[in-house]
Design a protein around this ligand. Structure first.
Ligand code: TNX
Length: 520
């Protein structure tokens, strides 16, 4: 048994002494409570089946995903069995059980309890989301070769014990800028897979900017046929058709990820302005832009056509977005006067409400006093921000993305070829060692919605490059968003992070081998 456990935890700790004990701890984000049962372990075999309650469709969704995850490497059939009556008894099924009977008081909506002993594995939760989160933990407790897309020999052992877990913040997000460089459907799907592994549950897509417009809008077709053509550096861009966007939304939903679309307004709009003469104050469309400056473009604030345009876009984007949020940007509108900015936002914010969505905007839009319940995404680096304190007092929620901590497009150090450095270098430790609840000490904890790791892509032309910037920083941001503050511990984290590397290797992720981490 000991050697089998060591297989599971083989890369897990630098301190070999606790090897067999520690493998149940090798989970990112760190769970709330971990109780190893040394000596116990479950072994996945060709006889293992997955059990769900007969009528539980959300459990069915998770069971299907679990089977999809485990099948390629194990080669096992892993049949899904529907127990005849609603399950009430002990864990006597002998397989992996997914049960929607967890205690809500203890686990909340997205938490789970995972129990592993010699005979069975049971995940309990109150919702399919909770089961899904438990499944991702289970996945990380299997040997890294479970991520292989071809059959491997195992043995597929899982260390025994019990994990009880629930998220600190409901909102744990990543952003991908598909405007500066276009990233196609397959790339976005792959990024979603990475997010799911670390229980990140929102993906914000930055769908428009000066350099490109990436989402089909039927009422304004030139946005994509002209505005989608280009990207930074002058290489061909691209865009998502409505059908492709729907495919992304569905793929994400199946992995517990909600898409948050962003149409950046009223600045960052050169691609739109370039597509239609009539959107410009002087009636003349500017040429496409393929550089990386910001702050030079603005919609024409006093023209009625501007608001027909914005309403059409918001209506169409809202209609293809099942999630609650619509991000309207609002950042770096340096070519829009403050008075115009407020005038613009006061007309646009009601449109977001009209089409049934909650508005999200970058820091600056707080000055337009968005309605109660709207989300302000803090991207500045200062630890004091009176506008955020005021926004919180006005009933807004603050989503934390301070650029010096959460921007994973920042270079790791002066030798990093990719990325930008305007917010400073950001090491793996820097991006991990901060607390979203206390970064702005004057904003009350209850106002903090969660955390987001933006990935701007001025310098990132393909997903391989995106992955190099995301790994290993993204799992750290996921952990500070999910795990209780008491579990944030850099020394322990760097060990657990190192243990993820064999998994990334199986997944074909090219990551940065930071000297701060004791890689195997
Ligand atoms: C600032 S921060 C921007 C983006 C850039 C990014 C690069 C913010 C809301 N806007 O337009 O892409 O810096 O790191």
């Amino acid at each position: 048994a000991a050697s089998a456990i060591m297989t599971a935890g083989m890369f897990s700790t630098a301190s070999g002494a606790q090897l067999s004990e520690s493998s149940l701890y090798d989970v990112i984000p760190a769970p709330v409570s971990v109780e190893p049962a040394s000596g116990e372990q479950y072994r996945l075999t060709g006889h293992t089946s997955i059990h769900i309650d007969k009528q539980a469709s959300s459990a069915k969704r998770v069971a299907n995903r679990l089977r999809e995850l485990l099948r390629p490497a194990t080669g096992f059939a892993l049949p899904i069995k529907h127990d005849a009556a609603k399950y009430e008894g002990e864990d006597e099924t002998g397989g992996i059980s997914l049960r929607l009977d967890g205690s809500r008081a203890e686990l909340g909506r997205a938490g789970y309890r995972l129990r592993i002993d010699d005979d069975s594995v049971t995940i309990r939760a109150t919702t399919g989301d909770g089961l899904f989160n438990g499944m991702q933990t289970l996945r990380q407790l299997l040997p890294a070769t479970i991520e292989s897309d071809s059959e491997r020999s195992g043995p597929w052992t899982i260390p025994g014990g019990e994990i009880t877990d629930r998220p600190r913040f409901e909102h744990r997000a990543a952003m991908l800028d598909v405007a500066r460089h276009f990233h196609g459907v397959d790339s976005v799907k792959r990024y979603i897979d990475h997010l799911a592994l670390y229980k990140v549950n929102y993906l914000h897509l930055h769908l428009s900017d000066d350099q490109g417009w990436r989402i089909q809008i039927d009422s304004w077709p030139r946005l994509t046929t002209h505005g989608g053509d280009t990207e930074v550096g002058g290489t061909p861009g691209g865009y998502y058709t409505k059908q492709e966007y729907g495919e992304i939304v569905d793929y994400a939903a199946a992995r517990n990820v909600t898409i948050v679309p962003e149409i950046d307004l009223p600045g960052h709009t050169n691609a739109a302005l370039s597509s239609y003469d009539k959107l410009n104050c002087d009636g003349t469309a500017p040429p496409p832009y393929t550089g990386i400056e910001v702050g030079f473009s603005s919609l024409c604030i006093d023209e009625p056509v501007t608001y027909r345009f914005v309403e059409d876009v918001i209506r169409e984007v809202a209609a293809m977005t099942p999630g609650p949020y619509l991000h309207i940007g609002g950042d770096e509108a340096h070519s829009t006067s403050e008075a115009d900015y407020k005038k613009f936002m006061s007309r646009v914010l009601p449109l977001v409400e009209k089409y049934g969505k909650t508005a999200v905007g970058w820091s600056e839009y707080a000055k337009a006093t968005p309605p109660k319940g709207s989300v302000v995404q803090y991207w500045h680096t200062e630890n004091s921000a009176p506008e955020m304190v005021e926004a919180a007092a006005n009933g807004n929620k603050i989503l934390m993305s301070p650029a010096n901590k959460a921007y994973i497009d920042m270079k790791y150090n002066e030798d990093t070829e990719l990325g930008l450095d305007w917010a400073g270098y950001s090491t793996v430790r820097d991006s991990y060692r901060w607390d979203p609840a206390t970064f702005l000490p004057d904003v009350p904890d209850e106002a903090i919605l969660g955390v987001e790791a933006p990935m701007w892509t001025e310098t990132l032309a393909n997903l391989d490059q995106v992955e190099f910037m995301a790994f290993p920083r993204l799992p750290g941001i996921a952990e500070i968003g999910w795990s209780p503050a008491s579990k944030h511990d850099w020394q322990a984290y760097r060990q657990r992070l190192a243990a993820q590397a064999p998994r990334w290797e199986q997944l074909g992720i090219d990551y940065y081998r930071s000297p701060q981490v004791p890689w195997p």
